[in-house]
Design a binder for this molecule. Structure first.
Ligand code: FE2
Length: 331
């Protein structure tokens, strides 16, 4: 049993529209072993990518106050998790591209993240996460250590996940701020790969036998690996978070080398600007990403009567857009 491309996209659209009242996983499993087998098979084909959850304590409970209240974020993430569980094609994995914490990487933020995403784990979705500039590795490892990969690079949350038709490489691009620095309370970490992780990535790219999707919180440009990923014959694309927006760019290494890959920024799960996630399905010759756009607001969510008409336009235009990542590339 296999879902057609049309059914895949219809499932994405239905889930994002909130029209599914049933639980797709429960439905598949309720049909006996045949349905369960079909569900297991389908799980090998579809995964989701999310970023910039920014969940945490309510504003009144925070030790360091953000400049405005983001108390709506946790419930938005909870709602989008339900959307993922309502997808017609259940995902095998949920990849998180950093900024799980609201702002300061506090342990309580990660406890809240685990609670909000626990329905995914209960449904059998494997969660693989890396850090963003608002995360702190110590608290994140203590609470969410089982989400952070297999220790490919000491002190980093780098990981490689083997899917049916490709590998997903998560890089850890967090440069932790100096805890004694004056601006530490503002939650501003930087970005860097570090020597050990850069060497690990170089080795992976040099020996890759399967198509690979490279992902990090920050862009390939910010990390200085845009040319390396383009030159690797197996890297089919680059996904990042950080900007809370669907942002498409093309990476190339030089005018002389006739090859390129797509780099795509994915939205926030709940904070601001584009609100949504990406559903990626594997085909034998490509990955196909469907944008799930659930809302748009900037700088913060507002009552319906205060919504700018443009926000609704953006949601409508961006939802359901498809982006392909072909495996074949000239090199
Ligand atoms: Fe963020």
């Amino acid at each position: 049993m296999d879902f057609t491309r049309r059914e895949f996209l219809a499932g994405v659209a239905a889930a994002a529209g909130g029209s599914f009242s049933r639980h797709a996983f429960a439905q598949a499993d309720a049909g006996g072993s045949g349905a369960a087998d079909a569900s297991a098979q389908l799980r090998q084909r579809s995964v989701v990518f999310m970023s910039d959850l920014h969940v945490g304590k309510l504003w009144a409970e925070q030790k360091f106050k953000t400049d405005r209240s983001y108390d709506y974020i946790n419930e938005t993430v909870r709602r989008l998790v339900r959307d993922i569980l309502s997808l017609k094609e259940p995902p095998s994995h949920a990849f998180i591209l950093g900024d799980i914490s609201l702002c300061y990487g506090e342990e309580r933020d990660y406890e809240i993240a685990r609670e909000l995403l626990s329905p995914l784990e209960q449904a059998g979705v494997k969660i693989v996460a890396t850090a963003g500039n608002h995360d702190r590795r110590g608290p994140m490892a203590r609470i969410l250590g089982d989400w952070t990969g297999g220790g490919c690079v000491p002190g980093r949350f780098a990981s490689i996940t083997h899917l049916a038709d490709c590998d997903v490489i998560l890089l850890d691009s967090l440069k932790e701020p100096d805890p004694d620095a004056e601006d530490n309370s503002a939650g501003r970490g930087g970005c860097e790969l570090g020597e050990a992780q850069a060497a690990w990535l170089e080795g992976i790219l040099a020996s890759a036998k399967r198509p690979a999707l490279v992902c990090a919180h920050h862009t390939a440009w910010a990390l200085g690996i845009n040319k390396a990923t383009v030159k690797s014959p197996r890297v089919c694309g680059f996904l990042h978070g950080h900007n809370h927006s669907w942002q498409e760019n093309i990476l190339y290494s030089s005018y002389a080398r006739k090859t390129m890959i797509r780099m795509l920024g994915i939205p926030s799960m709940g904070m601001d600007r584009d609100i949504g996630f990406a559903v990626v399905r594997q085909f034998p010759d490509r990955l196909e990403l469907a944008q799930v756009e659930r809302d748009y607001y900037f700088p913060v969510k507002t009552p319906a009567e205060e919504r700018l008409p443009l926000w609704n336009c953006l949601v409508k235009e961006r939802h359901g857009r498809r982006v392909s990542f072909p495996f074949e590339k000239l090199a």
